[in-house]
Design a protein around this ligand. Structure first.
Ligand code: ATP
Ligand code: NCN
Length: 219
């Protein structure tokens, strides 16, 4: 990987090896320690080589919401990275993509030998049917869904989970996920944390008007 923990660059390895990469896309407004916890858990349980904290130039479903600058959000993601196994990246900004389905198409073309897994909290599975071309998206990449307080019942009882039911892999087989042809997904029960970027902002951890953190950015 070309990056240090500070690496916002497009990764330079991977083209010619079968590596396994988890993509944790997010607004990171700001990044927080549960993003890091998910990344580490994914590395371990999905047997990934790397997780990329992929900072969104602008979540299409969060338009108009209080949003710090891209640079500030990327900086908070970088604080969570170690530069080896967890890497923060601005690649969506570089690729000029905003919708996940488009990003995945570009990434798969750019890294044909990398096996990607899309990582998300249970809230992502809830909103998935509102994402651009979501049925196409689930054909493009396996999904790993992490529990989130207050979201799990809606996630597992929702439209996306029903649509994907026949492709669900038991959590005990999560290590296989990166090797499976999509659609494939797993819900990974485990420790949960109610931390959210919204709560951090509401606590005043971040001053979106000045674009500056008022307390340590990563909480
Ligand atoms: N506490 C959490 N538990 C499980 N998943 C989480 C948690 N916090 C964030 N995630 C997941 O991390 C990814 C990126 O999240 P994001 O950057 O939007 O943070 P957030 O805390 O959800 O932000 P916000 O409160 O602004 O919506 C998403 O897939 C989200 O589901
Ligand atoms: O592609 C879409 O339509 C789409 C809709 C909502 C969210 N996403 C992606 O989901 C990821 C999590 O977003 P967020 O803002 O909830 O952290 C991030 O990578 C977004 O680009 C993607």
């Amino acid at each position: 990987m070309g990056g240090s923990g500070q690496g916002a660059n497009l990764p330079t390895w991977g083209d010619n090896r079968r590596s396994r990469v988890g993509l944790l896309g997010g607004s990171f407004n700001p990044g927080h320690r549960w993003h890091q916890a998910i990344a580490r858990r994914a590395l371990r349980e999905l047997r990934l080589d790397q997780v990329w904290l992929m900072v969104s130039p602008g979540n299409p479903l969060k338009a108009g919401r209080e949003m710090a600058s891209f640079a500030t959000r990327l900086a908070t993601a970088r604080q969570l990275a170690d530069g080896r196994h967890v890497v923060a990246t601005d690649l969506e900004a570089r690729l000029g993509t905003r919708y996940t389905v488009d990003t995945l198409a570009r990434l798969k073309a750019r890294f044909p030998h990398v096996r990607f897994v899309w990582l998300m909290g249970a809230d992502g599975l809830v909103t998935l049917p509102r994402w651009k071309h979501w049925r196409q998206l689930v054909q493009a990449v396996p999904l790993a869904v992490f529990p989130r307080p207050g979201q799990n019942v809606a996630a597992l009882g929702g439209l996306a989970a029903h649509y994907l039911a026949r492709w669900r892999v038991p959590a005990r087989q999560a290590a296989r996920l990166a090797t499976l042809s999509p659609p494939a997904w797993a819900f990974l029960p485990g420790v949960q944390n109610s931390i959210s970027a919204t709560a951090i902002r509401q606590r005043g951890g971040f001053d979106a008007t000045t674009d500056q953190p008022t307390t340590p950015q990563v909480i």
